[in-house]
Write a protein that binds this ligand. Structure first.
Ligand code: ZN
Length: 90
């Protein structure tokens, strides 16, 4: 009886499959932004224009500097806190 031929050990590395439930977004249509977002974009565009003209950070109403703490949460604010308080429903 002939001995069975020796074969080199074949390492069968089974790679673990990480099946992530990736939600494939369907139709991503580019539409016009909703009014609320459009207004925000307009404010940002205005702020960028003020940056271009060097007027950014200054109140568009009274011309006084806007406090950085006020611009931190909303950098697109065009007026200082005093004018924002005066303006009805700014
Ligand atoms: Zn002001």
């Amino acid at each position: 009886m002939a001995p069975p031929p020796r074969r080199g050990g074949v390492a069968d590395a089974a790679l673990p499959r990480r099946a992530r439930a990736a939600r494939a977004g369907g139709g991503a249509t580019v539409t016009r932004p909703p009014p609320r977002r459009a207004a925000a974009l307009a404010r940002i565009a205005a702020a960028l224009a003020r940056i271009e003209s060097g007027e950014y950070g200054w109140c568009a109403r009274c011309g006084e500097p806007i406090a950085p703490g006020r611009l931190a949460p909303d950098p697109a604010l065009p007026t200082c806190v005093a004018c924002a308080g005066q303006a009805g429903g700014g």
